[in-house]
Design a protein around this ligand. Sequence first.
Ligand code: 48F
Length: 281
Amino acid sequence: MTNISEIHVTKTIVNEFLDDFINNILDSDVVVVGSGPCGATAAKYCAEKGLKTVMIERNLYAGGGMWQGGYLMPKNTVGAPANKILEECGVHLKDAGNGLYVCDSFDMVSKMLSSACDAGVKLLNSTNVDDLILKEDHVDGVVIQWFPAKQMPPFMTCMDPIAIRSKVVIDATGHDSLLVKRLSEQRPGIPVPKGCGSLWVDEAEKQTVELTHEIYPGLIVAGMSATSTYGAPRMGPIFGGMLLAGKKAAQLAYDKIKGGKAKSSMGMKIRHKSPEVLVTE
Ligand code: 48F
């Protein structure tokens, strides 16, 4: 039998949250915005590389689009070599031929998230990233608000958000491309996200990975957010490109933080045309 008081439960939650927030979240190496297949993969690999990593998700639950395969059917497909990422997490895959693999969506989401937690990723759920911290020439973190607070009637929404600092922010917000959108309103040369084009599986999978890059110093656009930024084709219910894009985003973040140098998506050098504009050669 236990003898646990109500006050003890509350105090434990409050103390633990504040301690975690101040020591592990407030000032981190990488903030990954969005916990879909791309964000979860990026966060897992960042943490495995030893980076202090926070993944932020506006929903109560993490996983983004991974919970459903297509047409509301809980079967997810990935193309090689992304199957290796899932195998590493312990996901049970079935070979469907021609380099295509299939798994249960619940198996994929739970094992990917579990693998990210094991690597040390901190998750903030029910938390909306409203904006970037944007300094003169780089992104310096994100602005956050409780997602439920965002749903309140307009006369109550005069509540200011708070901020988290990070060396790198990964925009893995999916179709919204939220952070690129915010940046495009303030920095010339940053494209206004146009949304994805029509379906073409192979090409979309390839482009999703290629388009994942550091779009502005301190901001990496990844996965469907990158696809939507540039109007590349949609890929439909296949997740391999998202996983590979997440892994690439983690490598870019690591190189930037540990190597102190920025690289574009194609491995080209990045130079600054003006304090505001980032161009690739
Ligand atoms: O949409 P999502 O799964 O993006 P992804 O990881 O993968 C795309 C595929 O799921 C799918 C596809 C290809 O297979 O067609 O679309 O690139 O995950 C994006 C996550 O970001 C959260 C959102 O709730 C979702 O879980 N998100 C979006 N905006 C915000 C956010 C925000 N402002 N703050 C916090 N979370």
